[in-house]
Design a protein around this ligand. Structure first.
Ligand SMILES: NC(=O)c1ccc[n+]([C@@H]2O[C@H](COP(=O)([O-])OP(=O)(O)OC[C@H]3O[C@@H](n4cnc5c(N)ncnc54)[C@H](O)[C@@H]3O)[C@@H](O)[C@H]2O)c1
Length: 275
């Protein structure tokens, strides 16, 4: 990018994450970036957000294609189903892309990396609601023996999960109950709400099949807790993250939203700290 040229950012999806990012860009990142466009499949959400930010609908665009045209960096903050198409179209137009719906990429990873390389574009996957991706990336260079993610959530967080409904009765649960133990690839399939955490771990480390996931319903868990244990030839790493839920969307961890903002700051700042 030429010196002093501000990065034009387009946001697809104006929910909890998209709104927080848009506010941050307008309020705090103005020296290095401008909000170029907002797009939501529900146009009223993009309009509401634009009006909140600048009192009119100037950021709203009517299509993904227009948003891509106006942006240097496209931030996907929509839904898993739409994520691949958004990333694909952005990369084909040689745009940088930040993907929040990481789980939506799982079936397309090879194509995604090829597309990015062919178009000389970058893709960013924020760490999200977990800690330890920095150590995992470094340790992976020496060789990882095992990675286990253990996720604990209150039983009510599993309401509506088909895999659970078919196998367990969680009403009135008094003790922790192991619901799933297997690969990240299968966890992503059976537990769509854990999809992003497991997918980021698989991507950063030894892949979706070798990354192990345990999911526990815990009646005492007031927060979504993710523990990661990494055994490698360089270090043994253990992290535990107790996530407070986002005030606007109780399905999203607050830290995941902040992680996206931190990634954006990392892109914009000349000094990069951390692995
Ligand atoms: N990487 C992570 O750690 C992490 C953490 C939390 C959430 N997420 C993911 O990020 C995404 C956004 O999360 P959120 O909490 O902001 O969700 P949200 O439900 O608050 O907002 C999503 C918005 O996207 C819009 N949308 C849906 N499909 C669209 C499409 N095809 N095109 C344009 N807009 C569309 C919706 O109308 C909504 O306004 C979700 O897929 C979620 O799973 C990732």
């Amino acid at each position: 990018m030429a010196k002093n040229k501000k990065l034009k950012i387009g946001i697809v999806g104006c929910g909890a994450i998209g709104s927080s990012l848009a506010k941050e860009i307008v309020a705090d990142l103005g020296k290095a970036a401008v909000l170029a466009a907002l797009y939501d499949i529900r146009p009223e959400k993009a309009q509401l957000l634009s009006r909140k930010l600048v009192k009119d609908a100037r950021f709203c665009v009517g299509s993904l294609e227009t948003l891509i045209r106006k942006s240097d960096l496209v931030i996907e903050a929509s839904c898993a189903k739409a994520a691949w198409e958004i990333a694909r179209k952005s990369l084909l137009s040689r745009r940088k892309v930040m993907v929040m719906s990481v789980g939506g990429m799982v079936g397309y990873l090879e194509q995604l990396f090829i597309l990015a390389a062919q178009n000389n574009a970058q893709i960013y996957f924020p760490s999200g609601a977990i800690a330890g991706i920095d150590g995992l990336k470094a340790a992976n260079i020496a060789g990882i023996k095992s990675i286990v993610l253990t996720t604990r959530k209150h039983p009510k967080a599993f309401r509506g999960v088909e895999y659970v409904a078919k196998r367990f009765k969680l009403d009135g649960l008094k003790k922790d109950k192991l619901l799933f133990s297997g690969s990240a690839a299968l966890a992503v399939k059976y537990f769509p709400q854990n999809i992003n955490v497991a997918a980021v771990l698989g991507l950063a480390g030894i892949g979706m099949r070798k990354t192990k996931v345990r999911i526990i319903a815990s009646p005492r868990a007031a927060k979504n807790i993710h523990e990661i244990l990494i055994e490698s030839s360089a270090a043994k790493i253990f992290t535990r993250t107790e996530n407070i839920l986002h005030p606007q969307n109780p399905k999203t961890s607050y830290l995941a939203v902040l992680s996206a903002i931190a990634t954006l700051k990392q892109i914009l700042q000349p000094v990069k700290i951390g692995t």
